[in-house]
Design a protein around this ligand. Structure first.
Ligand code: ADP
Ligand code: ZN
Ligand code: ZN
Length: 727
C-alpha cells in the first residue's frame, strides 16, 4: 500500500492523504472519498509516511487512466501560483484543468487528430467529381496537399464538419494519427514569408532567437509597426527546431481572426486555440493536443497559460498591458506574470508586446531586468501616424454631447466615402436619467451605482448588480415629468448621428450588440466591405482591428478617467486612446483623431499629440514613485462583502489589527469602502497592504493567511487579491 497526497477542489489550503494499492504516477487523476462525496483529485506526491494515523487514511476509489498524468513542470507552476496568489492548492490545480478532466466521468481521449485521403480518395478525378459539392471539393483539394486536423478543415467552411462526415462515409477520407513529433528533431513546415522585415523587426527577431534560455523581452512597437510579423518569424524559428510556441492574447473576440491569420502564415502547422468560448469537448481535445506535443502553436486567452506544453520553446504575450490578462475571481492570477514565471521555470524566452506597455513592464525594461526592443516606425512606409487634435468642449457648440466641429468632419468623411469611428469611454459614461425639476438621478436602489438608460426596450438597468425596471414617467422624488438622459451612451450617440446624417449607415458596436460571436464577425465583414459610414463603439473597437477605409476617430468623453480614484485610470486611458487612434489611417489614407475634452492642455493629451509614449511613461513613473504606488510598491488587497455593514467592517478591522500585530516590514493601510461601495444589496470594503519588495510581501502574506483563516467570516465573501488591478 502506497500513500499519496492528493489535490482536491475544496477551499482548504492542504493536500489530502489516501492509500492506493496499484502503482500511480504523480500528476495522475484519481477519484477519492471526501466527506460523504466522491471527488476528482490530482496526485501531487507519493510519500512513505503520513502524519495521519494509518487506520484513518482512506483508500482511493479509483485511479483514472483515461488521460496522461500532468507533468511535474505544470504541477510546480500551479504550486507556485497557489502560494503566490494565496489560493488553496487543490482549487488552483483543478481550476487549471479543462472542465471534462475536472469531472469524474471517463474522458474519451481522441488520439485521432488528423484526416487524410484514402487510396480511393486520392484516385478521385476532380474533373468528374460533382461541381456542386463545393465544400467537399475544397476539403479533398486541401487533403491532397497534406493531412489536416479538424480545426484546419473547419476554417474552409462553416459546413466543413458535415461535409467531412459525408466524405468519411464515402470512404474518400480517413482519420490518421497526428504527424509524429519526436524529441527535438527538426520538423520542416511551410512558412509563408510575406514580408521583408524592416531593420528594427529583424533586430528584434535576432535578439530573441539568440536568447539562450530564459530572457524577458519587451517589444515596444507603435501601432502598425509590425509586431505580429515579429511574432510570426519567431514562431517560424521555434517550429524549425521542433519546439512549441504559446501566444497569449487578451480578447476572446480576437482569437478566431488571429487563428485564421496565423494558420494562413503556417498552412501545415497544427495550431490550436484555448479559450473559454470553446465547447467543453473541443477544449479538451485541444488541451490534449498541446499535452501530447501535437499542437505546435497554441493561441489562447489567459487560461492557456496553464496548458501542458512538453516542448515549450517560446512564450509571447500580445498587448501585455491589457487588464483582461488578470482574472478577477477565484484564482486571481495575472496570466502575463504567470507566463513570465513559467518562461523562467522552463528556461525559454518570453516576449511581451505592446504599443503602450504597462508601467510595470516598462519600468522593468528601463532597469534592465527585461530587454527593450523597439519598433519606432510603421512597417508599411506609406502609413503615417494619425494627427491628433483636441477640441475644447467649453469653447464650441455641442449637439447632445457631440461638438459641431466633429460633426462637420464626419460629414466630410461621408462625402468622401471614408469611415469614421466614434469612441466612447465606457467608464462612467453611460446615460443615466435625470430630473430637470429637482436633479434626481436614476440611482440603483440595491447598490451605489447609477441605473443606465436603455432606450430600445425603455428600461433602466444597473450594470453592476443587474437590477432593472421600466423607465418611470415621473420623477420618483418630485413628480416632475421632465426626465431626460445625461451622459452619452452608444445608443444615444447613434440617435444624434442618425438625426444629423439621415442617409448615413451607422453601426453600433458594444457588448450589447456583439453578444453573439457571429454578430461580431458579420459586423467586421460589413465594415471591411465599406457598408458602414460611422462606427459607434466602446473599447471593443479599440483593439487590434484593421479597417482600411477608416480615416477619422472621434473620442467623445475621455475626461472622467483624468480624475478617477483609480491611480491606473490615466495609464489605461492613454493606452486606450493610442489603440483607438491606431485604427485611423492604417492604409494609404492619412488618419485624424479628434478628442473632445474640457482639458485640452492636459499632459496626457499633449503626449498623445506628440505620439510620445516615453515622455508620458516617464512622467507617470515619476508621479508613482513620489506617491509610493506600483511599480515601486507591491500591493495586496483584502476584499470583503456582505449584507451587514458592521460585519464587513468588523472582519476587515480584525484582519487589519492582526496584520499590524505581525510587525513585518509592510505598510497596513486603513479599511475603506470599495470603489463601488454597495452592489446587489451587499456592502463592499477593502484593506490594502503595501510592501517595497515582493519578498517582504510574500513573507508577510504567509504569516497573515492562517490568521485570516481563523477569523469568523461565515456570512461574508472575502478574497485576497495579490497585485490588484481594480480599486
Ligand atoms: P502591429 O501589430 O504592430 O500594430 P501589424 O503587425 O498589424 O502591426 O502590422 C501592420 C501592417 O504592416 C500589417 O498590414 C502587416 O502586414 C504590415 N507589415 C508588417 N511587417 C511588414 C514589413 N516588414 N513590410 C511590409 N509590411 C509589413
Ligand atoms: Zn425630480
Ligand atoms: Zn445595482
Amino acid at each position: 500500500m502506497a500513500i499519496i497526497r492528493v489535490a482536491v477542489d475544496v477551499p482548504l489550503p492542504t493536500l489530502f492523504d489516501y492509500t492506493v494499492d496499484e502503482s500511480v504516477a504523480v500528476g495522475q487523476r484519481v477519484i477519492v472519498p471526501f466527506g460523504r462525496r466522491e471527488m476528482v483529485g490530482v496526485v501531487m506526491e507519493c510519500v512513505a509516511t503520513s502524519e495521519m494515523e494509518p487506520e484513518r487514511i482512506k483508500p482511493v476509489v479509483r485511479v483514472l487512466h483515461d488521460s496522461a498524468p500532468l507533468s511535474a513542470e505544470l504541477l510546480d507552476l500551479l504550486r507556485f501560483c497557489s502560494d503566490y496568489y494565496r489560493y488553496p492548492v487543490g482549487q488552483t490545480v483543478l481550476s487549471a484543468l479543462p472542465g471534462r478532466l475536472r469531472s469524474g466521468q471517463t474522458v474519451v481521449s481522441r488520439p485521432v487528430l488528423m484526416y487524410r485521403l484514402t487510396a480511393s480518395g486520392a484516385a478521385l478525378d476532380m474533373e468528374i467529381f460533382p461541381r456542386r459539392r463545393v465544400v467537399q471539393r475544397r476539403i479533398l483539394t486541401r487533403l491532397a496537399e497534406q493531412p489536416c486536423n479538424l480545426a484546419q478543415l473547419k476554417s474552409l467552411s462553416a459546413t466543413a464538419v458535415a461535409q467531412l462526415k459525408a466524405l468519411l462515409n464515402d470512404g474518400y477520407v480517413e482519420p490518421c494519427e497526428a504527424r509524429p513529433m519526436c524529441g527535438d528533431k527538426a520538423v520542416g513546415h511551410v512558412f509563408d514569408n510575406a514580408h521583408r522585415l524592416t531593420d528594427e523587426q529583424q533586430h528584434a527577431v535576432d535578439a530573441v532567437a539568440q536568447a539562450d534560455g530564459y530572457a524577458c523581452f519587451l517589444l515596444h512597437g507603435i501601432t502598425g509597426s509590425g509586431k505580429t510579423e515579429v511574432y510570426v518569424h519567431l514562431m517560424h524559428h521555434v517550429l524549425q527546431r521542433g519546439g512549441q510556441a504559446l501566444l497569449l492574447v487578451p480578447e476572446i473576440n480576437l482569437t478566431p481572426q488571429l487563428e485564421n491569420y496565423f494558420r494562413s502564415r503556417f498552412p501545415d502547422v497544427n495550431l490550436i486555440s484555448l479559450h473559454s468560448g470553446l465547447a467543453e469537448g473541443e477544449r479538451l481535445t485541444n488541451w490534449q493536443q498541446a499535452q501530447a506535443g501535437a499542437a505546435q502553436i497554441v493561441l489562447g486567452t489567459r487560461l492557456a497559460v496553464f496548458a501542458e506544453l512538453p516542448r515549450l520553446a517560446l512564450i509571447i504575450v500580445d498587448e501585455e498591458h491589457d487588464s483582461s490578462f488578470k482574472q478577477q475571481d477565484g484564482l486571481r492570477y495575472s496570466a502575463r506574470d504567470v507566463a513570465i514565471f513559467r518562461a523562467s521555470q522552463c528556461g525559454v524566452p518570453i516576449v511581451l508586446g505592446s504599443a503602450t506597455p504597462s508601467l510595470e513592464s516598462y519600468c522593468n525594461a528601463q532597469s534592465g531586468r527585461y530587454r527593450m526592443l523597439k519598433l519606432t516606425g510603421r512597417a508599411q512606409a506609406e502609413a503615417k501616424l494619425p494627427e491628433v487634435r483636441c477640441i475644447s468642449i467649453n469653447q464650441t457648440v455641442m449637439r447632445h454631447g457631440i461638438s459641431e466641429n466633429l460633426l462637420r468632419e464626419i460629414g466630410l468623411r461621408i462625402a468622401r466615402r471614408e469611415q469614421s469611428l466614434l469612441f466612447i469611454n465606457r467608464r462612467g459614461y453611460a446615460p443615466v436619467l435625470m430630473c430637470g425639476g429637482c436633479g434626481w438621478l436614476s440611482g440603483c436602489k440595491h447598490c451605489a451605482g447609477k441605473m443606465v438608460l436603455h432606450l430600445k426596450d425603455q428600461r433602466l438597468r444597473c450594470h453592476h448588480c443587474g437590477y432593472q425596471q421600466r423607465v418611470p414617467q415621473h420623477c420618483p422624488d418630485c413628480g416632475n415629468a421632465d426626465l431626460h438622459p445625461v451622459g452619452s451612451g452608444t445608443q444615444r450617440v447613434e440617435s444624434v448621428l442618425q438625426e444629423r446624417f439621415p442617409q448615413a449607415r451607422i453601426l453600433r458596436v458594444d457588448r450589447d450588440s456583439t453578444r453573439s460571436k457571429r454578430a461580431w464577425s458579420s459586423m467586421r465583414e460589413q465594415i471591411h466591405a465599406n457598408e458602414v459610414d460611422i462606427l459607434v463603439g466602446t473599447q471593443m473597437l479599440a483593439k487590434g482591428h484593421d479597417f482600411p477605409a477608416l480615416t477619422l476617430v472621434g473620442v467623445l468623453n475621455p475626461d472622467s478617467a483624468l480624475y478617477s480614484s483609480d491611480f491606473r485610470a490615466a495609464e489605461k486611458l492613454f493606452a486606450q486612446l493610442v489603440q483607438v487612434s491606431g485604427r485611423a489611417g492604417r492604409a494609404d489614407k492619412p488618419g485624424e483623431v479628434i478628442i473632445q475634452t474640457a482639458f485640452p492642455d492636459h499632459p496626457l493629451f499633449r503626449a498623445l499629440q506628440r505620439h510620445d509614449f516615453e515622455g508620458w511613461a516617464e512622467s507617470q513613473l515619476a508621479e508613482r514613485r513620489l506617491a509610493g504606488f506600483p511599480p515601486f510598491m507591491y500591493q495586496a488587497m483584502l476584499r470583503a462583502e456582505g449584507r451587514r455593514e458592521t460585519e464587513v467592517y468588523a472582519y476587515l478591522n480584525q484582519a487589519r489589527a492582526a496584520a499590524i500585530e505581525l510587525r513585518q516590514p509592510v505598510e497596513v493601510l486603513g479599511v475603506v469602502p470599495a470603489a463601488l461601495a454597495r452592489r446587489a444589496n451587499h456592502v463592499r470594503a477593502q484593506l490594502l497592504i503595501q510592501a517595497t519588495t515582493r519578498k517582504a510581501m510574500r513573507a508577510f502574506l504567509r504569516a497573515w493567511q492562517p490568521v485570516l483563516d481563523g477569523l469568523s467570516a461565515a456570512k461574508l465573501r472575502c478574497a485576497l487579491d495579490i497585485d490588484p488591478l481594480e480599486f
